[in-house]
Write a protein that binds this ligand. Structure first.
Ligand code: NAD
Length: 259
C-alpha cells in the first residue's frame, strides 16, 4: 500500500511512535524516525532496518532551531508524503501546581512542534496534490482529565489544529486527521501499572481489571489497547485506502466515549 511513500514519525524511539514506524515499514513506506538522543535513534534505525528503508534524525522538536534542522534533513531525503506528529509529553499534576512556564512547555511540545512541521510540509503536499498529515492526540482531548489538564488542553488543541488544516485541503487529495488513543499498553504505561500493582500487593491482571472498573467504567473493551491496534489505525489513515476520511478525529479508545 505504501511503497514509494516517504513518512516521518516524530518521537518514535518508544511506544506508539515506534509501533507506527514499524507498521509503516511493513506496508512498504520509507520511514524517518526521530528522537532526542543519537544513541536511541541509532539503535532504533538498526533494529528496524530489516523491515525496510529507515532513516534517523535526532532533534528536540519542541525547539524551533532543531525543528528547522530536521526539516532540512527531511527535504534532502525527498518529498514527504506522510507526516505523523506523534511526540508528546504528559504528567499527572494538580492544576493549581502547574506554572506558566510548564504550560508553555506543554504547548511547545504537544502543539507548536506539530504546527511548525505542518507549516513546512502541508503547503508542499497541497502543491503536489498528495499527502497525509496525522496528529496523535488523545481521548483526553475530548474528555479532559482533572489531574492532567495541560495535557488535555493541548490534545484538544491538536484536534482543532487538524480540523483547521483539513479545511485548507478542500478539493485536493491531501487529508489531515487526528487519532485519539485511549489507554494504550506502552513500556511506560506497563512500568507505571506494574509499580502501582506491586504497591497494592495485587497481581498485574487483577490490578488492571480493577483499574478499568474504577477509572474507565465506560470502556467497552475493559483493557488497554495494544500499540499495534493504535498503529494499524494510523497506518490505515496514512494509506490511500482512507481517501474519503478528512478532518476527522478517529478514536481508538475501546468505546470509552460514546456520543
Ligand atoms: P512515549 O513516552 O513512549 O512516547 C512519546 C515520545 O515522544 C517519546 O519517544 C519521547 O522521547 C518523544 N518526545 C517527547 N518530547 C519530545 C521532543 N521535545 N522532541 C522529540 N521527541 C519527543 O509515550 P506514548 O504513549 O507512545 O505516546 C505517543 C503519543 O501517543 C503521545 O502524543 C501521547 O500523548 C499519545 N497518547 C498515548 C496514550 C497512552 O496510553 N500511551 C494515550 C493517548 C495518547
Amino acid at each position: 500500500q505504501l511503497s514509494n511513500k516517504l513518512a516521518l514519525v516524530t518521537g518514535s524511539t518508544s511506544g506508539i511512535g515506534k509501533g507506527i514506524a514499524e507498521t509503516l515499514l511493513k506496508e512498504g513506506a520509507e520511514v524517518i524516525v526521530n528522537g532526542r538522543t543519537e544513541e536511541r535513534v541509532n539503535n532504533l534505525v538498526e533494529e528496524l532496518s530489516s523491515l525496510g528503508k529507515v532513516h534517523g534524525i535526532v532533534a528536540d522538536l519542541s525547539k524551533a532551531d532543531e525543528s528547522e534542522k530536521l526539516v532540512d534533513e527531511v527535504k534532502n531525503l525527498g518529498n514527504l508524503d506522510i507526516l505523523i506528529n506523534n511526540m508528546g509529553m504528559f504528567e499527572v499534576k494538580a492544576f493549581e501546581e502547574v506554572t506558566d512556564e510548564e504550560w508553555m512547555t506543554y504547548f511547545q511540545t504537544n502543539v507548536v512542534s506539530a504546527v511548525r512541521l505542518s507549516r513546512q510540509f502541508l503547503p508542499e503536499m497541497l502543491a503536489r496534490d498528495t499527502g497525509r498529515v496525522l496528529n496523535i492526540a488523545s481521548e483526553a482531548g475530548v474528555k479532559p482529565l482533572a489531574q492532567m489538564i495541560p495535557y488535555s488542553v493541548t490534545k484538544s488543541s491538536l484536534i482543532s489544529l487538524s480540523r483547521g488544516l483539513a479545511e485548507m485541503t478542500k478539493g485536493t487529495n491531501v487529508t489531515v486527521n487526528s487519532v485519539l488513543p485511549g489507554p494504550t499498553w506502552t513500556d511506560g504505561v506497563a512500568a507505571f501499572m506494574k509499580g502501582a500493582a506491586a504497591e497494592e500487593g495485587k497481581d498485574l491482571e487483577k490490578f488492571t481489571e480493577d483499574y478499568f472498573k474504577d477509572n474507565e467504567p465506560t470502556s467497552l473493551i475493559q483493557r488497554f489497547a495494544t500499540v499495534e491496534e493504535v498503529a494499524s489505525t494510523v497506518t490505515f489513515l496514512a494509506s490511500p485506502l482512507s481517501s474519503a476520511i478528512n478532518g476527522s478525529a478517529q478514536r481508538v479508545e475501546g468505546g470509552i466515549i460514546r456520543s
